[in-house]
Design a protein around this ligand. Structure first.
Ligand code: NAD
Length: 487
């Protein structure tokens, strides 16, 4: 069984503290051993990134662009070898693993190859200023210039390990930063192979480093390290808050992409066809990576006139989904990442049942062994204050809540601590647009769950701070420097 190594300063770095097992969520078999980082390993990685920063931050943007383009090419070229490993460690259904895990990561590197050459200087109009005790007057020229932040610690969640990391590393490297990545403990193996690919693409040693660990220690060490200038984090809100506290003590910059509890508001003006697409959109919570998606529309708020119809439509949708072995091409719903996550999902469903909610479908463990499976579950007649309507479950569970007025729908939608992604389904896009303005959410989809890659992506409230995506992502990894001169 393969024992993986950290990737530090352009080399495999054997861990001082040994390895821990990584388990395939469908077979429950160990598929490899990931390195367990000590504080010393993290320190070595940060030092390598600091040293490499001197040259990389001064590399011509065109050169950085060329390296990122080659990384995109090589990710595509290595897809055949990497997809089976990615699939095995994430448990993603093969159609998701093969079409979205690596191709999306490659697209991100391609996008930020272009990003490297986006203008970094914002010219400001010359301004006449009066003489003062400080300095003589005159016509002053000025510009705001984007500079790299420095060493960026990228800490990511499980689910789309390489896509997640690419969403951070690609814009960070494009801006001239160097990176120490700390992938999630559950699915880190493919990320540990990226360093060699990046090196083959011409990325200088030390610019990109990867360390892993089975618990919180490696991430904590990275956040507390004085040599790290910025933490870019994707994960749960509770961990995000702990990181923000620790990072704040050293005034580190932070980008926080945290949890969500998306509401899909279905208005009463939907025609039948649009009703079907709303059901399909909400159904993506079950059919897309078993609901382990921060943007999933896990709360469906339905106008009472359509409520039973939508609940019945969702029930049929859920019951038609094939659950099982994710490597089987006909499988739509694969396993959850771990036994712990499955237990968590089951506990939420049991809690809702005890509180009198209606389990319309699912709610019992599928008769599939081995594997950490949970059935697509629809819970109706949920009250907005119930835990299943308030807390992020991160599994294949949708709750349905009826409403009578738009005001009520907005109040329920905004009534959780989260604000990552909401959706409005309406026959009148103008009405949906007006409603979007009232949602305290970083993203609103109108009649779609499709994502636009150039939009700023991030959360309001407990869903995070800062934005990635498109040029906004590039800017997140920069500091603005003002430069002023007498003209
Ligand atoms: P998690 O918060 O448990 O872990 C995320 C990462 O933080 C892991 O790498 C983990 O090892 C590390 N970590 C844990 N404790 C730490 C600490 N004290 N200091 C530093 N690092 C620490 O999240 P998860 O269970 O891996 O992922 C699920 C969560 O991620 C959900 O809440 C989901 O909504 C969120 N997520 C958000 C987005 C987004 O873009 N907003 C995308 C995907 C997932």
């Amino acid at each position: 069984m393969k024992r993986y190594a950290h990737w530090i300063n352009g080399q495999r770095h054997q861990p001082a503290q040994g390895h821990y097992p990584v388990v395939n969520p469908a077979t429950e078999q160990v598929i490899g051993y990931a390195p367990e980082a000590t504080r010393g390993d993290v320190d070595t990685a940060v030092r390598a990134a600091r040293t490499a920063y001197q040259a990389w931050s001064r590399t011509a943007p065109k050169e950085r662009a060329a390296v990122l383009d080659r990384i995109a090419d090589l990710l595509a070229a290595h897809a055949k070898d990497l997809v089976p490993l990615l699939q095995a460690e994430t448990g993603a259904a093969m159609r998701v693993a093969s079409t979205m895990q690596l191709p999306t990561a490659a697209e991100r590197f391609r996008r930020y190859a272009r990003g490297a050459t986006e203008p970094d200087t914002i010219p400001l109009a010359p301004l006449p200023v009066k003489a003062s005790p400080l300095a003589p007057g005159g016509l002053l020229g000025a510009a705001a210039v984007r500079r790299p932040v420095g060493v960026v610690g990228c800490i990511t969640s499980y689910n789309f390990p390489v896509v997640n990391l690419a969403g951070k590393a690609a814009p960070a490297l494009a801006m001239g930063n160097t990176v120490v990545a700390k992938p999630a403990p559950q699915d880190p193996l493919t990320c540990l192979l990226l360093g060699e690919i990046f090196q083959e693409a011409g990325l200088p040693d030390g610019v990109f480093n990867v360390v892993t660990g089975s618990g919180a220690a490696a991430g904590e060490a990275l956040v507390a390290h004085p040599g790290v200038d910025m933490i870019s984090f994707t994960g749960s809100t509770s961990v995000g808050k702990a990181i923000a506290e620790s990072a704040g003590r050293l005034m580190k910059r932070t980008l926080m992409e945290l949890g969500g509890k998306g509401a899909a508001i279905i208005l009463d003006d939907l025609t039948d066809g649009a009703g079907k697409s709303a059901v399909g959109a909400v159904g993506s919570t079950w059919s897309f990576h078993c609901g382990q998606i921060c943007t999933a529309p896990t709360r469906v708020l339905v106008h009472r006139a359509l409520y039973e119809k939508v609940v019945t439509g969702l029930q049929s949708y859920a019951e038609a989904l094939t659950i099982g072995d994710p490597v089987d091409n006909s499988t739509i719903v694969g396993p959850l990442i771990s036994a712990a996550q499955r237990d968590r999902v089951e506990a939420y469903v049991a809690g809702a049942r005890d509180q009198g909610a209606r389990i319309v479908t699912g709610g019992t463990r599928p008769d599939l062994k081995p594997g950490f499976y949970a059935a697509p579950t629809l819970i109706a007649d949920v009250r907005p204050g119930m835990a299943v309507a308030q807390e992020e479950i991160f599994g294949p569970v949708v709750v349905a809540i009826p409403f009578d007025t738009e005001d009520e729908a907005v109040e329920i939608a905004n009534g959780t601590a989260y604000g990552l992604y909401d959706y409005v389904f309406s026959g009148d896009a103008g009405r949906a647009w007006q409603l979007a303005a009232r949602l305290r959410s970083g993203n609103v989809g109108i009649n779609t769950v499709q994502r636009h890659p150039e939009t700023p992506f991030g959360g309001f409230k407990d869903s995070g701070i800062g934005r990635d995506g498109g040029s906004f992502g590039l800017h997140a990894y920069s500091e603005l420097q003002s430069v002023v001169w007498p003209s």
